[in-house]
Write a protein that binds this ligand. Structure first.
Ligand SMILES: C[S@@+](CC[C@H](N)C(=O)[O-])C[C@H]1O[C@@H](n2cnc3c(N)ncnc32)[C@H](O)[C@@H]1O
Length: 207
């Protein structure tokens, strides 16, 4: 198994920083960027003294304050469906990686979470099946995830994602459509429905 020990890692769209902290605890050298200053503040507050993480505010579509080829690994958990210009973000990740470096990112699964998708229910609210529509629409849309408020996302087809990554120069190493583990299921029994279709997809790419 690969270790992150001493690896230079960028957490692009770090949010409150939980992934950055896990990586830093495993002795990676972590830079964490988020567009939201508030999220950076929260991430800093949650980071124990002595755990070194270089937090920076920035737009991951243009991180010109970071030098070419400065990272061995870039991770980006659930950020790219929030970006208007994903092509620019992929080019930026490519620029920032060393040759042979790795880019791992997760997004809402574009085949199942589309501008019009959601549960078909019986009159008394029982979930029958997951509906998918408007798959080939590309652009901004608003959707409520679970019981959260409406959020703005950008939808692209799986073809667009993969072809854009290839055009940028990345080599696709693997994809994962995660399912809940037994431990997670025990903790959150409602995750059982994630065995019915994939909510997320994870890409592992190489420069
Ligand atoms: C769904 S959260 C995920 C946060 C974190 N990666 C995690 O797994 O908890 C998406 C994050 O992406 C950030 N974000 C959105 N657009 C961004 C951009 N253009 N550049 C950098 N960060 C961005 C948001 O501020 C938010 O913190």
């Amino acid at each position: 198994m690969e270790t992150v020990n001493n690896k230079k890692i960028l957490d692009a769209g770090c949010g409150e920083g939980y992934l950055s902290r896990i990586l830093a605890k495993s002795e990676a050298i972590v830079t964490a960027v988020d567009y939201s200053l508030r999220m950076i503040e929260i991430a800093k507050e949650k980071t124990p003294n002595g755990l070194l993480i270089d937090y920076k505010q920035g737009n991951r579509e243009d991180l010109n304050f970071l030098e070419d080829k400065s990272f061995d690994l870039i991770v980006s958990n659930m950020v790219i469906q929030d970006l208007a210009n994903y092509e620019k973000a992929f080019q930026e990740m490519y620029r920032l990686l060393v040759d042979g470096g790795c880019f791992i990112f997760s997004i809402l699964h574009p085949c199942f979470v589309t501008p019009e998708s959601g549960w078909e229910r019986t009159k008394d609210g029982k979930k029958l099946h997951w509906n998918v529509d408007k798959y080939f629409y590309e652009g901004a849309y608003e959707q409520r995830l679970g019981d959260k408020e409406q959020m703005l996302f950008f939808h692209r087809t799986l073809t667009s994602y993969i072809n854009t990554l290839i055009k940028t120069g990345f080599i696709l190493e693997s994809i994962v459509e995660p399912k809940p583990s037994k431990v997670m299921l025990k903790k959150y029994p409602s995750f059982e429905e994630d065995f019915r279709c994939a909510d997320f997809i994870v890409f592992k790419l190489k420069k």
